[in-house]
Design a binder for this molecule. Sequence first.
Ligand code: NAP
Length: 659
Amino acid sequence: MSKAVDPSVSSSFDPSGSGPAHLQVTALQADYEALRALCQAGELPVLLLTAAHLSGDLDLLRPEWMPRYAFASYAPHLSAEQEAEAREVCFGALAAFRDAGGPVPGRPSYDFFQEALKWICGKDAESLHRMLDDQIVFGRDDPQTPQWNKQQLDADRDFCVAIVGAGESGLLTAYRLSQAGVPFVILEKNTQVGGTWWENTYPGCKVDINSFIYSYAFSQKVWRDYFGAQGEVLEYFKSFAQQCGLHDQVRFSHEVRSATWNASSAQWDLDIMTPQGGVQLSANVLVSGVGQLNRPSFPDIAGIEDFAGESFHSAQWDASVTLKDKRVAVIGTGASAVQFVPHVADAAAETSVFIRTVPWLLPTPLLLQPVEDSLRQLMEQLPNYMQWHRLFTFVPQAIGILDEATVDPAYPPTETAISTSNDAVRQALTAWVEAQTEDRPELRPMLIPNSPPGSKRLPRDDGRWIRTLKREDVKPITTKIDCITANGIRTQDGTEHRFDVIIYGTGFKASEFLMPMKVTGLDGRDLHEFWNGDARAYLGSTIEGFPNLFCLYGPNTNLVLHGASIIFISECAANYVLEGVRSLLQGKARSLRVKPEVYAGYNERLDEANAMRAWGFSKVSSWYKNAKGRVTQNWPFSALELWRRTRHLDVNDYEFDTE
Ligand code: NAP
């Protein structure tokens, strides 16, 4: 018989009381001079949107000032005179608003928002409206707050959700459950919240998504940098957990070893390893928030155990190893290595970078930039600027380059470009590299890939990577590795390169979802045997034969440069979990399980679509694919489709057990 749910896991949350910090400026107090200065800063479209919102005057959004979308961003296109005129118009509108002394408006009307969106995203405004409405939060007016609670649906039912992992997705789901008054517990193997942001401490570690969208829409702050450093990101999630009372609901140093579906109790029975020994716990619903990129992958290179020097993986950075005066080898040139190699080069005597596959770099001028004081002041002094700024950052990232990453069979696709627009991206990225290497053209083969843009993740760069590879004390090596020896690395040309330290920037076992947990579903079905190395989940969430199990950031939920940020992906997944819990409570059901035909049909369509994207079409290696070559990571459809399909749980997709 399963152990009853521990009553101490229960949590309720009063939304009117504690809650996450969220910057909301409630009055415009700047005098004329200060206001004029504010109007000289920030992105003009955001200023115009804010001025239009505060003044209620949509005429400020003139067609000639409309932002122009280009390659996942907005490109400035106004002359200096036009820009000055527009800023002066903003000043006039804001000064009038201030003088009138009226209240700061909250969420704009449907019509206002629709017109504002037409100005930002043209023809897509109508279809994106509801999704984008979720992404802009004024005060506590968070549209994603569950509009139901357990008390109303099934007050007396003994019910608990177990969430595995206290990273950004687990915390978000817990927060939403707490808003709905659903008891939950979070089981975390580490001693702190934050998941990957707690684990990865390598020098230079930072988000590669703009921080204003790599943070919850309902908990905004002014970041120190546009792309927050690991410490600030971790602090954000720690503070969030504390402010929302979630910290107390986390059981730290609790690693779930196995989860077994108990058909008679309709619960998941969990075996958990703690420093004090094994403990058991049962829950009606199990949510996996274990992430995709947290189990380091060491390369399968002969002799790896023979190396006599020091070595470690980037995700297990060994700060006790001093790099000063050392000869250091780095294997790998993914997003992690691109961030830490410049720091290694600063510290070491010599740095050799082993490049197996050249990645495309995504030019990002703001990558290492602090948020300017002028922008900080705008966010802290001009009401609603922060909110429109986030939306304006979100929209182009959510549209992204899905079109440019889609195969055009009429093109015809090749291994270097898959459509005319993909080739245009290729040319733009190539030109950016060429401009930086006029003095060192021999470096170009190490910087210009042979694969179509979008086939692998594009590490962001602001020019630092190329500056680093140009350093005299840095040696990029493209000759393939033969083996690792006691003294270093031997390449296939027979050269033995001698090193004191080897750093593995070789990524993660991304396609091994939910490993190493043993998960046993209906009729003793073992999850990993069932998947057989080929993880699948309906909408990235539910799995055939595994009732009441939901995944966050599950199989095929990675939106490659068309999903804004992982936070958006987690919002979709968390909402789907909440919808699942709601349907169980509302329908007085013990369990739900996805119908086999729904699961199969969905995966068929998914595979067909992935085959027509750069990452599925290209033969290049990447963590988007599993060992069988199937894309197990990526969502091949639009961000809008993910949002739309996870907004409600369609009960027709599921079988419910209401015994
Ligand atoms: P990765 O993208 O998987 O890169 C691994 C690198 O190691 C690749 O260059 C790979 O070469 C190389 N490699 C693997 N096995 C090798 C072998 N046997 N011999 C030689 N080279 C080998 O890993 P990552 O850089 O850690 O990044 C993983 C993901 O984490 C990123 O794509 C990103 O989504 C995420 N990330 C995010 C951030 C952030 O700021 N948010 C920062 C870092 C990472 P091949 O390309 O030839 O396979």
